[in-house]
Write a protein of this length. Structure first.
Length: 180
């Protein structure tokens, strides 16, 4: 078991990132090229959309902090957006309004079964997006819909209500080689 303070200090100098779940450090798995391309496209689309707004986009070098009774976690979402959050800590966010995870074979089960329910406990979170890397398939969960999943496929449109963005799935997936 490791303390939160020790974890945060270690992450500043560690060669490999890890996530923190109640005293345990879990290594962050590597990503495929396709996973990375999808993250980059989404980051570019979101950054363009958010330019000039009070919302800020963060890539997977910034952790999200989740804390509840007898439960403290730090995860590295693929993308997260915080709107108007005070800079409480330079290395993590407490109050993102949007989190996006691009799934992978190595992380999908943990992303769905562990992280998604934990993310949904963040008071400020309005939307959680899970992106399948193999095909145009996106799952959107919204607080206003009691976290019920909305499934988007093929030529659908990703509407991110929390930040007022509308993104056709074709913009995310077009030109990506299968399994690249």
């Amino acid at each position: 078991m490791i303390s939160v303070a020790a974890y945060l200090e270690n992450e500043k100098v560690a060669d490999l990132r890890s996530e923190y779940v109640n005293g345990r450090c879990l290594p962050v798995v590597g990503a495929s090229r396709r996973h990375d391309q999808i993250c980059m496209r989404l980051a570019q689309l979101l950054a363009d959309h958010l330019n000039g707004s009070a919302c800020r986009l963060f890539r997977p070098t910034v952790k999200v902090h989740l804390q509840g009774p007898a439960d403290e976690r730090f995860y590295y979402p693929d993308l997260q957006v915080a709107c108007g959050e005070a800079a409480e800590h330079p290395d993590y966010l407490d109050s993102p309004s949007l989190i996006i995870e691009v799934l992978s074979a190595a992380s999908a089960r943990r992303d769905r079964d562990e992280k998604a329910p934990a993310y949904c406990r963040i008071a400020a979170l309005d939307e959680l997006v899970l992106v399948a890397p193999d095909a145009p398939h996106i799952e959107v969960r919204r607080r206003r819909d009691h976290w019920a999943p909305e499934i988007l496929v093929d030529t659908g449109t990703l509407e991110l209500i929390s930040i007022g963005a509308v993104i056709p799935l074709q913009q995310i997936f077009a030109g990506l080689a299968p399994g690249a």
